[in-house]
Design a protein around this ligand. Structure first.
Ligand code: NAP
Length: 473
């Protein structure tokens, strides 16, 4: 480690983008650093814990690498500290030498069609939060001020009373949602889903999932490995209408320049030729189909959809030809969106923090001490690894500014802890995570599972208690 007064850097958000930024900072040897990785949740890992589907264990295991970064001597995890409520942005900036915003895209895009708010119409973020055990969707009884309006009990009720689901969007999240909806409980036991979520799957009634793509099969956002997985589920027939696979000129051009799209097309063509096995569970991929209305009085009963085409100017357009698809559950999976954090520059038109190469733009110029990385920087795109190169770009900018003298070490070690302690806030550290991790493994083993996920904040705090107590005077 480099000698001298350390630069104290706060990273807001302990998801992959924040932790990759901490890794890049802690692995360089030119500049001495102290890094505080802050998260509003008691546990780190962001979307690796609360976004990656539980049946994608190899991707979830990235958390082991992320954990090693949080264990490095220059890095400290500050769990259960909410920037915006526990501490304002200006207060945070006054205790450190630079801040890197890495708080992701915590909101979802809407369809803006009639009926979207009916019971039974939900956002993928809510469903994903439910099956991953996010504390916002699994609130404690005395915790009413959540961002997500749907509770685990409501989702449990929805999936047990639905037999047909519609998933809108053809991205990787839509595939995750469709796969988890159609899989049976025994097929999900060997995951770390919370126990009560697994129990819900044992009595769910979903037999049919329809995935709607508003454009043609050349314009899919998912990756081929994830697509193929859907066609390999035992006891599930996958249907693609051969008529949907005809290629217009613009689709042809997409397939010629985009290898992933071309590979996806090969998979879809193979599925279109399959003879159904007569399986009780079915997944349909309907292209050139967009939802125009969600139908129902108290509860969703169907979705009105319209056939689409590509207009001469290259945009998707309705043909006016509509029909109804029966459904009791509609999950919109049309992408995430970044939120404004009070005090942080935000561009509402993009849902991102304005920046150049990770340097935050504030009042038409570069802010002296603010940087940004991850989804709140570039938008909700790419796979987890994309965040590594993204974080490197931001950290390279920060280190260049340090070497130019634009960011100065002001001997702020300990200021953040003192300010938090003055408010009675004692963050959960990486030791607390180790205890939670051990508790989740132990609890899982008791149920004959590899591990489980503690979903309620109170459960996480209880599991961390011994370690946390040692931090509190
Ligand atoms: P996404 O990849 O941006 O896909 C969004 C989909 O929604 C697109 O098909 C888009 O179609 C469609 N859409 C948008 N607005 C719509 C509307 N109003 N009506 C109908 N359809 C609409 O978003 P995502 O699936 O949420 O994924 C976010 C990121 O996480 C992606 O980079 C994804 O690859 C990544 N991820 C990766 C994995 C994995 O690697 N296993 C798993 C989950 C997520 P258009 O193209 O027509 O706009």
């Amino acid at each position: 480690m480099a000698a001298g007064t350390p630069y104290v850097i706060a990273i807001v958000g302990a998801g992959p983008s924040g932790i990759y930024a901490a890794e890049a900072l802690s692995q360089q040897t030119e500049v001495p650093v102290e890094i505080a990785v802050i998260d509003r949740l008691p546990v780190p890992f962001g979307l690796v814990r609360y976004g990656v589907a539980p049946d994608h264990e190899s991707i979830r295991s990235i958390r082991n690498t992320l954990e090693r970064t949080l264990e490095r001597p220059e890095v400290r995890f500050y769990g259960d500290v909410n920037i915006g409520t526990d501490l304002g942005i200006e207060e945070l900036r006054s205790t450190v030498d630079a801040v890197i915003y890495a708080y992701g895209a915590g909101s979802d895009k809407r369809l803006d069609i009639p009926g979207e708010d009916l019971t039974g119409s939900i956002a993928a973020a809510e469903f994903v939060g439910w099956y991953c055990g996010h504390p916002d969707v699994h609130p404690d009884v005395d915790q009413p001020d959540r961002d997500i309006p749907l509770t685990a009990a409501a989702i449990d009720e929805l999936i047990s009373s639905s037999s047909q689901a519609v998933v809108v969007g053809v991205g990787n999240v839509a595939l995750d949602v469709a796969r988890v909806l159609i899989k049976s409980a025994p097929e999900l036991t060997d995951t770390d889903m919370p126990d009560d979520v697994l129990e819900s799957h044992a009595h769910k009634g979903i037999r049919e999932v329809r995935i709607l793509g508003r454009r043609g099969p050349a314009y899919t956002a998912f990756t081929t490995k994830e697509l193929r997985e859907l066609g390999q589920l035992p006891g599930v027939d996958v249907f693609v209408a051969p008529d949907d696979l005809g290629l217009d000129e613009s689709s042809q051009a997409v397939l010629e320049r985009n290898k992933v799209a071309a590979r996806n097309m090969t998979v879809l063509r193979e599925w279109a030729e399959r003879t159904p096995t007569g399986a009780a569970r079915r997944i349909y991929l309907d292209f050139w189909t967009r939802p125009t209305k969600i139908i129902g009085t108290d509860r969703v009963t169907a979705v009105e959809v319209e056939r689409t085409m590509i207009s001469p100017d290259g945009y998707v357009a309705g043909t006016g030809e509509t029909h109804k698809v029966p459904a009791q559950l509609v999950v919109r999976s049309v992408g995430y969106r970044g939120r404004a954090l009070p005090g942080v520059p935000y561009d509402d038109s993009t849902g991102r923090v304005p920046h150049a190469e990770g340097r935050v733009i504030r009042d038409h110029g570069f802010s002296a001490d603010e940087y940004v990385t991850g989804w709140i920087k570039r938008g909700p795109t790419g796979v987890i690894g994309t965040n590594k190169s993204d974080a490197l770009e931001t950290v390279t900018s920060l280190l260049a500014d340090i070497s130019d003298g634009a960011v100065v070490a002001r001997g702020r070690s300990g200021d953040l802890d003192r300010l938090l302690a003055s408010r009675g806030i004692y963050p959960l550290g990486i030791g607390a995570w180790h205890r939670i991790d051990a508790a989740e493994i132990e609890l899982g083993l008791k149920q004959g599972r590899r591990r489980t996920t503690l979903a309620h904040r109170s459960e996480l705090l209880a599991a961390a208690e011994e370690d946390h107590k040692s931090n509190v005077p």
